[in-house]
Design a binder for this molecule. Structure first.
Ligand SMILES: Cc1ncc(COP(=O)(O)O)c(C=O)c1O
Ligand SMILES: [Zn+2]
Length: 368
């Protein structure tokens, strides 16, 4: 057996590829890999995340649904800092890695059931799942908060998905997406283990593009935690396979308004605001369903957490754009966090750093 999908708490095996939580205790599921990462098993002629297809054994070769995701540029920004431009994925964010894996694994099964997929999202994941559903010829119903930004809303609609706007909190959006309906198959990216697992490809790419000498630190923004968990899982797999010599310190970056992981990690109380008004409008999970798993994984990976204020995010967003990198404010949170850690001395100025820039600035409604 090459892999198992198991409960992250009681280790019970999932019923099938559609499972979004443990059939026994309801906790999140994880993909357990029973093979090593071997550079010789990568498809050296494939310049997309499917270069690593062998490491996603639950997808049949003929089932791959691709828009050319992955193998995104690794750009040197300064002496010691590199950026990974995940904003250059087909729908403009890192989410495409998760959607490509999710839809590739499930589209045949969904068609056999004559069903359609449902997803809840603050915008980017919805756009991404809608695009891959379109490519696979599947119907998608995407549930979004009322506040979803214009460009993301337009993007989801353009791919032909049905959109349902839901009033109230982010958790309400998830509830609606999961409400039973004839033919509906809920594949919500936050809970579904295969979406998170697709993000693992990002760590393989970072390691390979850095010629297997991974940076000392990897800064990334965190909301629901799929990026964080996928990246940690990829680096752990590389470590366990002796493909890299050291684990980078993965730094979870959050805004002051939306920072449940930061507070838990630092043993501090967290009171979420009634309404999230941050310009980092993709980072809205004040009560993420997989918070415990994020906390446990960040600790076991010896990672760290940072929180930035609104003016620090705004400053970082502007600075990035003035240097030619037009990103979503949510991506600027990771760069702002890096700057904060250097300023405080937490990260030495000679450390090798990689910042994951997650989403394109073309999706923002902010005026310059
Ligand atoms: C641009 C961008 N960056 C970062 C994140 C955070 O990712 P996650 O929700 O997996 O923590 C998101 C999530 O929506 C996003 O859209
Ligand atoms: Zn369980």
């Amino acid at each position: 057996m090459k892999y198992e999908i198991k409960c992250s708490v009681c280790h019970k095996t999932a019923r099938d590829l559609f499972s979004v939580k443990c059939p026994s205790c309801g906790k999140p599921l994880d993909v357990d890999l029973h093979f090593d990462f071997k550079d010789t098993d990568t498809g050296k002629d494939t310049y997309s995340m499917w270069r690593y297809r062998q490491f996603f054994p639950y997808i049949e070769p003929d089932d791959v649904i691709s828009l050319g995701e992955g193998w995104t540029p690794l750009v040197q920004f300064s002496d010691r800092v590199h950026f990974k431009l995940e904003s250059l994925n087909p729908t403009g964010s890192f989410k495409d890695r998760g959607s490509a894996v999710l839809v590739s694994a499930l589209h045949r099964l969904v068609k056999e059931k004559k069903g359609f997929i449902s997803e809840d999202s603050s915008g980017n994941a919805g756009a991404s799942v809608a695009a891959y559903a379109a490519r696979a010829g599947l119907k998608a119903k995407i549930y979004v908060p009322e506040s979803v930004s214009g460009p993301k809303f337009n993007q989801i609609q353009s791919y032909g998905a049905e959109i349902v706007k839901v009033a109230g909190s982010r958790s309400r959006v998830a509830e609606e997406a999961q409400r039973p309906e004839a033919g509906k198959i809920y594949v919500g990216h936050i809970l579904h283990p295969l979406f998170r697992d697709g993000i693992r490809s990002l760590s393989y790419e970072i390691a390979e593009q850095c010629k297997w000498e991974v940076p000392n630190y990897v800064f990334l923004p965190v909301s629901a935690g799929t990026l964080l968990l996928g990246v940690i899982s990829g680096f752990k797999h590389l470590m366990n396979s002796n493909a890299i010599r050291a684990m980078p310190t993965v730094v979870a970056c959050q805004t002051a308004q939306v920072s449940p992981l930061y507070h838990l990690f630092k043993n501090l109380d967290y009171t979420p605001p009634k309404v999230v008004t941050s310009i980092a409008d993709a980072l809205v999970s004040v009560n993420p369903p997989i918070l415990e798993l994020m906390h446990e994984q960040l600790k076991s990976a010896r990672g760290d957490a940072v929180m930035v204020e609104e003016d620090e995010t705004r400053e970082a967003y502007k600075e990035l754009a003035r240097k030619g990198f037009f990103l979503e404010p949510s991506s600027a949170v990771a760069y702002a966090s890096y700057k904060k850690q250097v300023k405080s001395g937490e990260v030495s100025s000679d450390a090798r750093v990689l910042v994951i820039l997650t989403g394109t600035g073309l999706k923002t409604t902010l005026k310059p």
